[in-house]
Design a binder for this molecule. Structure first.
Ligand code: NAD
Length: 487
């Protein structure tokens, strides 16, 4: 059971979400620039402030208001957020693509419905009672107070709503410092949460944000005494910054998920699953397939299966040329030359990326694949684009060795297609990722066609894993000595 839904209802939801994901178009709506982070079509957004200090103060007042509410009342608020998210999923999907120029409207729609349906609410908060010779001890999951959350540009409104559901279900108020590149979309979602909270009897503002988020506003959040927990969803830089803040922090960082395909796998299915996962929202999800290690004796069949599923196979020369476009060199603060992803390519449609090296393809082409050596950028870098490097391997030992190296110790996500339980077990043990998906597209790992709840904050570095309401609580114990034991 999830949120009091029967298994049949959950299955129906998943079928609906998967079918929504399959239909529709990726065409973004056009909006005029510059993006206004304070209003949407003339309606002032609720919970958006000029300064981080103001945002924290108001979220703190909201937190105090929900502290006085019962769990049942809080669950009513969560239901209201779910309903409004479903109702406005299309708006947020269109806004997200239009503002960030990344991802696909139809897939973003499906992600919002998934968040509404499968993010756990108050049922995730469970208490523990222990009785014995010395009486009764209760352990309860209490709110932290106001949570400071950093959200990414890749899943902006999805993360805001998913975090809000979990953090509010746990009894917290929330302040966001959203990604500046997705500020209108993120603030729209913050306004949506506040409208839903108020409609269900909660405070006018429970979730707050700022008009112009910067590293300075993030810094105010890190240092403010009212912020008791920091939750960061983003790349390595920001996760490091949050974990260095001196406050309790949850870090959900970068991944580079490898896929292994061995010679016992259903190769046709593996080809389709990998491409479905890799191209979901144009590869923006951090869990999406980023590189493949395939046994040499089934590699040709896998590649031909991928080409039947909307792939364009690049020659090695084309792959090298494209790598120079999708990655740009930059000098870091230590004077070292580093490669960073070209933001003009992240999350773009495959045909738009291919056009940059003069290859013209139709909209049916959703992914570019290339056979490359292990050292290639298409294997080593987290591109977040529908581009997939494929490396041939001799056997399972070589596959595991290279896949573990390509994951770079992120311990984030890995995938495998195989019917050999020894191989599956060996890779799962070696790679030590938070999510390991077997014989399915990557999105099954966040409850999309797979069992289990969803999240858009996968906390590998700090160990909370697939975060949910309980991740945003602190445990408190209450001890009654020599009483309240009734036997
Ligand atoms: P990003 O790292 O560019 O930015 C995230 C946020 O951090 C933004 O608000 C940005 O302005 C801010 N920021 C960046 N550096 C900062 C610093 N030093 N101090 C304070 N704030 C800072 O993220 P993005 O490009 O939008 O997202 C993509 C990255 O996030 C990928 O690496 C992806 O794997 C990761 N991600 C992880 C998860 C997860 O659940 N583990 C989910 C989504 C995205």
């Amino acid at each position: 059971m999830l949120n009091n839904l029967t298994e049949a209802q959950v299955n129906e939801i998943v079928a609906r979400v998967v079918s929504e994901y399959k239909k529709g178009s990726s065409a973004p709506i056009e909006q005029s620039k510059p993006w206004d982070a304070t209003q949407y079509k003339g309606r002032k957004l609720i919970g958006i402030y000029d300064t981080m200090e103001q945002a924290i103060e108001v979220a703190n007042a909201g937190y105090k208001a929900i502290r006085a509410m019962s769990v049942a009342e809080r669950e009513k608020i969560i239901t209201s957020i779910r309903n409004l998210t479903r109702a406005e999923a299309q708006i947020m999907a269109e806004l997200g693509v239009a503002e960030t120029k990344m991802g696909r409207v139809d897939h973003k729609y499906a992600k919002h419905v998934l968040v509404a349906d499968k993010t756990p609410g108050t049922e995730d908060i469970v208490e523990e009672a222990r009785t014995g010779d010395h009486g009764l001890t209760l352990t309860e999951m209490a709110p932290f107070g106001v949570v400071g959350a950093i959200s990414p540009s890749t899943n902006p409104s999805e993360t805001v709503i998913c975090n809000s559901i979990g953090m509010i279900a746990a009894g917290n108020g929330v302040v966001f410092n959203p990604h500046p590149g997705a500020i209108a979309t993120s603030n729209y979602a913050i306004d949506l949460v506040n409208r839903a909270v108020y409609a269900a009897g909660g405070p006018r503002v429970l979730v707050a944000s700022v008009v112009k988020p910067t590293l300075d506003t993030a810094s105010v959040m890190y240092k403010h005494p009212s912020i008791k927990l920091l939750v960061c969803t983003g790349g390595p830089g920001v996760v490091h910054a949050v974990l260095s803040s001196g406050k309790k922090a949850i870090g959900a960082g970068a991944g580079n998920p490898p896929v292994i395909v061995d010679d016992t796998a259903d190769i046709e299915k593996a080809a389709k699953d990998i491409i479905d996962g890799c191209t979901f929202d144009n590869n923006l999800p951090c869990i999406a397939e980023k590189e493949v290690f395939v046994f040499d004796n089934v590699a040709d069949r896998l590649i031909s299966g991928m080409m039947k599923n909307g792939c364009y196979k690049l020659t090695r020369e084309q792959a090298d040329k494209l790598a120079k476009v999708v990655l740009v060199e930059k000098t870091d603060k230590n004077g070292k030359t580093v490669k960073i992803v070209n933001r003009d390519c992240v999350g773009r449609d495959c045909r738009v990326i291919l056009e940059k090296i003069g290859i013209s393809v139709g909209p049916e082409i959703r992914c570019a694949i290339a056979e490359v050596p292990f050292e290639h950028d298409f294997v080593q870098e987290e591109l977040m684009m529908p581009i997939l490097g494929i490396v041939r391997v001799r056997d399972i030992d070589e596959a595991i060795d290279l896949a573990v190296k390509a994951e770079h110790g992120n311990r984030h996500t890995a995938h495998m297609h195989s019917k050999n339980i020894d191989n599956l077990t060996a890779f799962a043990r070696a790679v030590e990722t938070t999510i390991f998906v077997k014989n399915a597209p990557s999105y099954a790992g966040i409850g999309f066609g797979g069992e289990g709840h969803t999240t858009f904050t996968i906390a590998g570095p700090t160990g909370e894993g697939i975060t949910s309401a309980r991740s945003f609580t602190r445990k408190r114990r209450c001890v009654m000595v020599d009483s309240f034991r009734i036997i």
